[in-house]
Design a protein around this ligand. Structure first.
Ligand code: MG
Length: 254
């Protein structure tokens, strides 16, 4: 009887340890592979193909109030500014893999065909917070239209945007990116967790447990080196966002 109890306890501990492994998030999709590019449709397909937990992407509101998927405010080598240009101008940009910059609509339509990968949607901070409110409303509307609310986590640097999403999508997980608030403050804002840079969490490793004790989750970005991946696995974060998801998957299998 006693032996059985010890065995059961050992199994539970083992299961607990296995469950405690961080989940893998591909940063701007999986783009460090041939025929991909950051935030391209292909990057989502490739992230999905290797079985990541989630795939992150960046969303801007254009000058004509459309939503597009791209990271930099001004596209490298052009004068096209995501906030000041129209969707038509922006989507004419050709990415290194030959695709055009996708609209959010195209991105979400693709996601519908790949139901196993979670969407980690970053709304970029905008110059005008009123425009952030418009962007958040449009994003919430698009997620509802495609019935993707439950499969999407929202991440933002802007507190204004975080709070706007909290109102629009009260049951969604919203993570704060900016790294300048201790977990207690993030909890008070009603967020689901912190999504902080490796630099911030190296400086404040105590925030991981502090956050988890408050019922928050912890995501760290962008962790690309194996030694850094090991550091954050040992620290017990809930998610690791990386440009090298296969490297992290291999490490977690060891
Ligand atoms: Mg991002």
């Amino acid at each position: 009887m006693k032996k059985n109890l010890i065995f059961t306890a050992a199994c539970l501990l083992f299961a607990g340890a296995a469950l405690a492994q961080p989940k893998v998030i591909a940063h701007r999709g999986y783009w460090k592979v041939p025929e991909s590019a950051q935030n391209s449709l292909a990057s989502f397909t490739k992230a999905d193909a290797i079985g990541v937990f989630g795939s992150e992407f960046d969303v801007w509101l254009t000058a004509d109030n459309k939503l597009i998927v791209n990271h930099d405010k001004v596209y490298k080598g052009t004068k096209i500014n995501m906030e000041k240009s129209t969707a038509k101008e922006i989507t004419q940009i050709v990415l290194p893999n030959g695709e055009n910059i996708p609209t959010l609509d195209e991105y979400l339509k693709l996601a519908l065909t790949k139901p196993n990968t979670r969407l980690i949607l970053e709304m970029k901070s905008l110059s005008d917070i009123k425009r952030e409110d418009i962007a958040a409303e449009k994003i919430a509307k698009a997620l509802k239209k495609y019935k993707l609310v439950e499969r999407t986590d929202i991440i933002c640097f802007s507190i204004n945007a975080c709070l706007a999403f909290k109102k629009l999508l009260p049951d969604s997980k919203i993570f704060f990116l900016n790294g300048d608030l201790a977990p207690k403050s993030v909890k008070e804002l009603g967020m689901a967790g912190i999504d902080y840079s490796d630099k911030v969490l190296r400086k404040h490793p105590e925030w991981v447990k502090e956050a988890q004790d408050l019922g928050l989750e912890v995501n760290v970005w962008t962790v690309d080196k194996e030694e850094d991946m090991k550091y954050f696995i040992d620290l017990g974060v809930d998610y690791i966002t990386t440009d090298y998801p296969e490297r992290l998957q291999a490490l977690l299998k060891k």
